[in-house]
Design a protein around this ligand. Sequence first.
Ligand SMILES: Cc1cc2nc3c(=O)[nH]c(=O)nc-3n(C[C@H](O)[C@H](O)[C@H](O)COP(=O)(O)OP(=O)(O)OC[C@H]3O[C@@H](n4cnc5c(N)ncnc54)[C@H](O)[C@@H]3O)c2cc1C
Length: 518
Amino acid sequence: MSQIITLSLSPRDAANVAAYTACAARELRVREDNIALLRIVKRSVDARRGALKVNLTLEAFIDNEPMPAPLHFDYPSVAAASSVIIVGAGPAGLFAALRLIEMGIKPIIFERGKDVVERGKDIAQIQRNNGIDPDSNYAFGEGGAGTFSDGKLFTRSKKRGDYNRALQRLVYHGAAEEILYEAHPHIGSDRLPRIIADMRRRIIECGGEIHFSSRVSGFIVKQGRVKGVRLGDVTVEAQAVIVATGHSARDIYEVLHSDGIRLEAKPYAMGVRIEHPQALINRIQYHGSEQMEYLPAASYSLVEQVGGRGVYSFCMCPGGFIVPAMTDAAESVVNGMSPSRRNSPYANSGFVTEIRLEDFEHLRPKYGELAGLAFQRELEQVARAHSEGRQTAPAQRVADFVSGRASASLPSCSYVPGIVPSRLDEWMPRFMSSRLREAIRIFDRRMHGYLTSEAVVVGVESRTSTPVRIPRDKMTLMHPEVEGLFPSGEGAGYAGGIISAALDGERVAEAVATFIRG
Ligand SMILES: Cc1cc2nc3c(=O)[nH]c(=O)nc-3n(C[C@H](O)[C@H](O)[C@H](O)COP(=O)(O)OP(=O)(O)OC[C@H]3O[C@@H](n4cnc5c(N)ncnc54)[C@H](O)[C@@H]3O)c2cc1C
């Protein structure tokens, strides 16, 4: 039997294999050369008070104890098996495909965007301010919105087994083993594309299909049953369709809505991206410790009720970049990502407030259940009107945003297409800007220095979650009115992040298998 121990170490010792192996041997009362394998099973930083500590939980295999089995997933050939259509190759679509293969079903994926390599070129064009391809951008293309992201792998899912399996699946396809034990695992935008491409190769090798530049434009539904999908003039038949199109596929909501397939408006969140110098966040979070160099770029997570509404930091990217995440040139939308080493000099985070149904009630007569989406689009277009062109984004120093002043100049910012001074405090809906401003004051009391003119808010962070839900039955996971139609992932309203979308994709794949096997 292996033995598990937890050591509380200085950051320097925790970063040094020889140092923590010596500590482990002492703790286990064995000689170092009796330890055949020592592996980290959990690592977390304790920066709460006093001296900084790193808690390392280690699994030790002493002498001739059997070694852990290597990771393995069984993916059989499904070339001749019954098939299921998946719309969208984001985390939900890809994990659904791999799970279907495990269960002996052939996935056929239609993805509107390009493969990761070609998509990378379009993203470089966006960063150079050369315009947006509406089918190939930070939201659309192989791997979905998760590909050129931070790759933070958190979830609130209570089912630890499923969570671990999703992480193991990523490691099996090339992610670093660290993600299995870090308290806050992340992959990084530089490594994600290779992992996604490896998943695609696996799907094809097993007999599944992935079709890029293939935008699904409609669903074929007869007598309450899905019969397939339309791609322009072409129709493709199937007895089950998984809709995993993400929250930016507004055309899909519009098609479903105009076809009379029931959708539901839901609350969501919008705000800004806030960016500070990373050195400032490190100083605040690590209390100026001498051993900061041995620790990862510091992060934070803040939440507060202001005027009866939640205001919170979201998708924080230490050592990262703010990126243009719009899918249409008429919008300004920002998000954040970071490379695996998290080594940019900037710390950015989404900073958002709840948007409730009553906030867009006035748009219901015109847009029905798509009113929240219309409200979201309006804000993105207003933000666009306050930028100077192409993908530049409107911005204001944080101190000016809070005091209601124009920024005469802006600090340096990671946003490559460029930021322009703008009165976000004035043009955002008042109920949003006043809550964000108050929350910054409150957060400054918890993280002294958070409210500073060295920091900047950039507009707008509007795609944190979907404003529309595609309903589904709790047991069968099918749309309650369309047999064989399986909404999945973030766009359908059942996930909020890479891992939860992936887990939802797996769950839906299992429901599809039950459905087609009768
Ligand atoms: C810049 C950025 C950084 C992020 N960072 C993180 C992070 O660090 N951690 C985290 O957990 N989450 C992060 N997210 C959010 C995360 O990426 C999403 O929650 C997740 O990708 C949702 O997965 P999904 O499969 O449901 O949808 P998506 O990833 O949105 O995938 C949907 C796919 O469907 C395709 N599609 C859409 N319409 C059609 C159509 N009509 N026909 C065919 N295909 C279609 C799209 O092209 C897309 O590939 C980030 C998002 C962005 C944009």
